[in-house]
Ligand binder design. Structure first.
Ligand code: GLU
Length: 316
């Protein structure tokens, strides 16, 4: 049984890029006769915008991207909000610590920066961790914990991980060489996205992860976590980004890129779905179409690997 999901972070309104990812994930689930789950990724408290979750859900519903399980309607794997699932992440972390697959680290970001000699890994993750706290003894950990809250990192051994993405094809990543031992829980107690997403996708029995290709570089870390936790990973499909008309990453400078902004400008949901579907090569530009009409002919494997641009008249 296919189980797909869309996992928005409630840090603002649903923008066209997010809506396009949601459309792909929804179409893939519906085309397989499977279930579609919405999970809200609100672990990073300071970045969470009050009211954003409700607005995102409302925009998804307006687009016609219906879900079977989610924070508003529950389901067999409730709760569907990460802020309410922390005990599960802690349990996974405790297990990894007990098995010495994870370790406590007392380095600040600046210290990692200074100690790291390797070139930077994926941009959002900062410099490669050089292994500073890997070999601390229990008593050293206890002594240091008295003065500084530690983060927890996964122990990553040298290895090139080969895996296949359903859209982007064959991948080979060495987490050891690019990121190193990566953070599972920050020193301020916030669980890392990498840990939470693996625990949740596994527990919610997600079979197919369809998401933006900005997360392609995270997948190897997640595969290592699946293995360390003795879980089997889902299939992954990374959908290429949608760019602004100028070919740069979609952002505020492109104007009205929120679904809500287009809606307020008077566009119908069928028009917005048509715009998104055109960027995926599913319909000709200018078509108005409800999402269910796209289901019969949809195949993830046929999506283009190339990023596409929005037409200039969409964002203005
Ligand atoms: N919450 C993540 C985001 O909004 C998506 C995570 C995922 O799909 O794995 O970027």
């Amino acid at each position: 049984m296919y189980r797909g999901r869309f996992a928005p972070s409630p840090t603002g309104d649903l923008h066209l890029g997010g809506a396009r990812t949601a459309l792909c994930a929804w179409l893939a689930a519906r085309a397989s006769g499977g279930a579609f789950v919405v999970r809200v990724e609100d672990l990073d408290g300071p970045r969470t915008v009050p009211g954003a979750e409700a607005r995102i859900l409302e925009d998804l519903a307006w687009l016609g991207l219906t879900w079977d399980e989610g924070p508003d309607r529950g389901g067999p794997f409730a709760p569907y909000r990460q802020s309410e699932r922390r005990a599960r992440y802690q349990a996974a972390l405790d297990r990894l610590l007990d098995e010495r697959r994870a370790f406590f680290c007392f380095c600040s970001r600046a210290e990692v920066q200074r100690a790291s000699q390797a070139p930077h890994g994926p941009a959002d993750d900062g410099p490669r961790y050089p292994g500073t706290c890997r070999a601390l003894s229990r008593s050293e950990v206890a002594a240091r914990t008295a003065t500084r809250a530690p983060s927890v990192r996964l122990r990553v051994e040298p290895e090139t991980l080969a895996w296949t993405d359903g859209v982007c094809g064959a991948q080979a990543d060495s987490v050891h060489d690019t990121v190193g031992d990566f953070v599972l829980r920050r020193a301020d107690g916030i669980f890392a996205y990498q840990l939470a997403v693996v625990v949740d996708d596994a527990e919610m029995e997600i079979t197919d992860v369809v998401r933006g290709d900005d997360l392609l570089g995270s997948t190897a870390r997640q595969l290592l976590l699946y293995r360390a936790l003795g879980l089997s990973p889902p299939r992954f499909f990374h959908v290429p980004l949608v760019l602004g008309p100028d070919g740069t990453r979609l952002g505020k400078r492109h104007g009205a890129i929120g679904v809500r902004a287009l809606r307020e400008r008077g566009l119908s949901s069928e028009r917005v779905i048509g715009i998104l579907a055109a960027t995926l090569g599913l319909v000709a530009p200018g078509v108005e179409i409800p999402p269910r009409a796209l289901v019969p002919s949809f195949a993830l494997a046929r999506l283009s690997r190339e990023p596409t641009r929005l037409a200039p008249d969409v964002v203005q």
